[in-house]
Write a protein of this length. Sequence first.
Length: 115
Amino acid sequence: MSDMRVDQILTQIRSLRDQPGISGPEGGANSLGAINVGGTPKVDFGSVLKQSIDSVNDTQKSAGALRNAFERGDPDVSLTEVMVSSEKSSVSFKAMVEVRNKFVEAYQEVMRMSM
């Protein structure tokens, strides 16, 4: 990437940052990507990521609980419910792994960049 291209990108970033209603990350090093755009509430990237991981974990726990109930012979749990819950759990876990892989890939790309 040429120096001219980098300067153009920095100029664009600075002009976007200076627009009214847009504020950058706040909270220092502990804030992972909290940003406030216009009148929308701040969204902390770290908390969104944690909520997503917790959601996948809850899905897996509920699938496990249904599976255990079916194995015990609970008449209120059908095989169809167990299989659907198990597949939802599997799909959500695979999606989370793919997101993790993309984060690792992006991190490695940033680390390969020369300053």
